[in-house]
Design a protein around this ligand. Structure first.
Ligand code: ATP
Ligand code: MG
Length: 272
């Protein structure tokens, strides 16, 4: 497994974000393809991402990890499994909204990944379509652990302000309204619910027509409006499942283990 960074040839850019660039690369000797994430700024974040990926290599719902490299300029590179169908964000932009049948499968895979992480005290903290990857084998995997956190025990507070605003749960904006402390796992479930909402409806709740709300309006909508609900076109099971993910009170929100038993996820696919 000793891949040398010098043996990798950059083919194209797969994406870029706050942290750096992600390239599709080819290993010259084996001609195997990988994704290489290069992080120029926050090395601390890169190290934490590497340690989480390393600990999740036996989970089929987390993107595969093949090694990491550090150079003398303090840059880090993370070698990952290449997911040849890109992210769910690109899938939504190119193929349009997802059918409910497709979302059952996608939701079950993401939930299995989140349940694995939560059982190991890992909170992802940035679940959204851009951070869920898919491949032509039909696999769905969680990626981008740049702002994730390992909590030493489940009582630890986890209300630091990281992640992507529009997907953040009410208790992350307004911790005092929820007793000032919560375990943080429920925040991933909220973001997961909003992710499914966006893939089904085509846009986030509160962001109809794709207009960008200013930050204050968005926070008010998340904290003071009724939780978003799916349109009538969705099945009763799906609407109920969404309501379980989007309970405003974090202690009432279902956990990943509970959600895996919900009829929307556990029902026989042939019933469609
Ligand atoms: P951060 O939030 O830590 O700054 P980022 O958003 O820049 O990270 P990622 O989310 O890991 O970085 O990757 C950015 C984009 O690159 C993804 O949305 C996806 O489109 C693409 N990408 C990342 N990893 C892979 C991969 N393993 N296979 C295919 N495409 C990938
Ligand atoms: Mg990302």
């Amino acid at each position: 497994n000793a891949i040398n960074i010098g043996d990798l040839e950059k083919l194209l850019i797969l994406g870029h974000g706050n942290g750096g660039m992600v390239y599709k690369v080819c290993h010259k000797d084996t001609s195997a393809t990988y994704a290489l994430k290069i992080i120029r700024s926050n090395v601390h974040r890169a190290l934490s991402e590497v340690s989480i990926l390393r600990h999740a290599t036996d989970c089929p719902y987390v993107v595969g990890f093949h090694g990491s490299f550090e150079n003398s300029n303090g840059e880090m590179a993370i070698l990952m499994e290449y997911m040849d169908n890109g992210s769910l964000e690109t899938a939504l932009a190119t193929n349009g909204t997802f059918s409910e049948e497709r979302l059952v499968v996608v939701a079950r895979d993401i939930l299995n990944g989140l349940a694995y992480l939560h059982a190991r005290n890992i909170i992802h903290r940035d679940i959204k379509p851009a951070n869920i990857l898919v491949n032509t084998k039909g696999e769905v995997k969680i990626a981008d652990f740049g702002v994730s956190k390992v909590v030493s025990h489940t009582f630890e507070m986890c209300n630091s302000y990281v992640g992507t605003n529009a997907y953040m749960s009410p208790e992350r904006f307004n911790p005092d309204a929820y007793g000032g402390s919560y375990d943080g796992f429920a925040g991933d479930v909220w973001s997961f619910g909003l992710t499914l909402f966006e893939l089904y409806v085509g846009h986030l709740p509160f962001l109809e027509g794709g207009e960008r709300l200013n930050w204050a309006t968005l926070v008010c909508a998340i904290c003071f409006n009724e939780p978003p609900s799916l349109p009538e076109t969705a099945s009763v099971e799906f609407r109920n499942f969404m309501a379980c993910c989007l309970k405003k009170e974090p202690s009432e929100r279902w956990t990943t283990t509970q959600l895996l038993t919900h009829p929307f996820i556990s029902k026989d696919l042939r019933s469609y």
